[in-house]
Design a binder for this molecule. Structure first.
Ligand SMILES: Cc1cc2nc3c(=O)[nH]c(=O)nc-3n(C[C@H](O)[C@H](O)[C@H](O)COP(=O)(O)OP(=O)(O)OC[C@H]3O[C@@H](n4cnc5c(N)ncnc54)[C@H](O)[C@@H]3O)c2cc1C
Length: 392
């Protein structure tokens, strides 16, 4: 029995980058929205590097994900511009391309298989020698044997983006942010008509959007599991951070180095020229223990400095571990589900920052009865209908 009741057009469960993007686009579309989250922004979004990298992320068997990611990237410039107009906050979208580095001869062989796949898919990377790569990115280590240039893979700052979304919601009269956890869906004749929270309030709504990251499966039988990942944050003095995102393989291990613009450093002695640099990421199945592992931190630093040796000079600021929300086929769950009143915006695994703007457009289309963007057909939650029918 709930102690109190509230009502709105839409309740969004989860205030990560996906849930806040959905909530913001929904209030912009004229819907009243309640967003529920006991600690907004503290999920996978807090760890994410913010690479918008559908091409350099793609691998064999993932062409549907690559095409979805390319559509997701195309939605970013308008999203960033609209958010800057609404809040005055620059969300750090940098369209500067990505360098994919291969450290030794085996890594170069791996890179060439990846380039052959991209030629088949009609994608854009071009191979560079180590020398050509160092001309483009002078801080690249001298041992790096080869590389590819991906001009269309970019980066944004997930923490700043989520903070901007949060500011836009707080300023909007149609939005309410409630710091409590959803504990149970309210149902009426098989339809979802609201959510109970842990403070005893029933939030009634015409529609509920489940965007609770890897915990989405606790409220409905969404097939989402946690895949843990850790990133490191460094404070890089002038001359120690690369200009571009540098990612690649070092003796078979994937690693990336993501520089933010000057002025993003942190800690004592930081100047306007210091940059935040994000190094990532580990990936392991398992329970969502948030403690970074010593071995993970060691391996990330060792491999990052193999690609960019000048990072030795940077200060170590933070190691952060969170769980990505992964689905059985690595594609997200976006749009109306088979249960009336229940919409999904989850399961974005490695690409939730990349896909947040397109997901928000699609979910709002589903909420307002408009057609979903065609690129989202691969993310239809009904592909798991037998599982979702068990939603409780
Ligand atoms: C190490 C790492 C690096 C990454 N790098 C990138 C990258 O470079 N590019 C990219 O595109 N993606 C990246 N990702 C993936 C990306 O972070 C996720 O796909 C994305 O953050 C998912 O966003 P979300 O809003 O769905 O989930 P989350 O950010 O996890 O947010 C879920 C929210 O739901 C809330 N919640 C949970 N349960 C409840 C409940 N019962 N009631 C109310 N609220 C609840 C949580 O408090 C949380 O705030 C990375 C992820 C990790 C871990």
């Amino acid at each position: 029995m709930s102690l109190s009741e509230a009502s709105s057009d839409v309740v969004v469960v989860g205030g990560g980058i996906v849930g806040t993007a959905v909530a913001w686009r929904a209030v912009e579309a004229g819907l009243s929205v309640t967003l529920l989250d006991p600690s907004p922004g503290d999920g996978a979004t807090h760890a994410a590097a913010g690479m918008l990298a559908p091409v350099s992320e793609s691998w064999f068997g993932e062409s549907a994900l690559a095409r979805l990611g390319i559509a997701g990237l195309a939605a970013w410039p308008r999203f960033a511009a609209d958010l800057a107009r609404a809040t005055g906050i620059d969300v750090g979208l940098r369209e500067t391309g990505t360098l994919v580095a291969a450290y030794d001869a085996d890594d170069v062989a791996h890179l060439r298989r990846w380039l052959a796949l991209h030629a088949e898919l009609g994608l854009e990377p071009t191979e560079l020698t180590g020398t050509q790569a160092r001309r483009r990115e002078p801080l690249l280590g001298h041992h790096v044997a080869g590389a590819a240039w991906v001009p269309g893979d970019h980066v944004a700052d997930p923490r700043t983006t989520r903070a901007a979304l949060s500011a836009a919601l707080h300023a909007h009269p149609g939005a309410a942010v409630v710091r409590s956890a959803a504990v149970r869906l309210e149902r009426d004749a098989g339809a979802v008509v609201g959510v109970h929270d842990d403070a005893g309030t029933l939030h009634r709504a015409g529609a509920v959007v489940l965007a609770a990251g890897w915990r989405s499966g606790e409220l409905a039988a969404a097939p989402v599991r946690p895949v843990r990942g850790q990133t490191l944050r460094l404070d890089a003095p002038p001359g120690t951070a690369p200009e571009h995102v540098v990612r690649g393989r070092v003796q078979g291990r994937p690693v990336y180095v993501v520089p933010r613009p000057p002025g993003t450093g942190s800690g004592p002695g930081t100047t306007a020229e210091h940059r935040e640099v994000v190094v990532g990421a580990t990936s392991e199945e398992g329970p969502a223990d948030r403690r970074p592992s010593a071995g993970g931190v060691f391996a990330l630093l060792r491999d990052a400095r193999a690609l960019v040796p000048a990072l030795d000079e940077a200060a170590f600021v933070e190691a952060t571990l969170r769980a990505r929300p992964a689905t059985p086929d690595n594609l997200p769950l976006v749009g109306p589900s088979a249960t009336p009143g229940l919409h999904l915006a989850t399961g974005h695994h490695r690409g939730g920052v990349l896909l947040a703007p397109l997901t928000a457009e699609a979910v709002v289309a589903g909420l307002t009865g408009a057609a979903l963007p065609p690129a989202l057909s691969v993310a239809d939650p009904d592909r798991f209908t037998p599982l979702l029918e068990g939603a409780s």
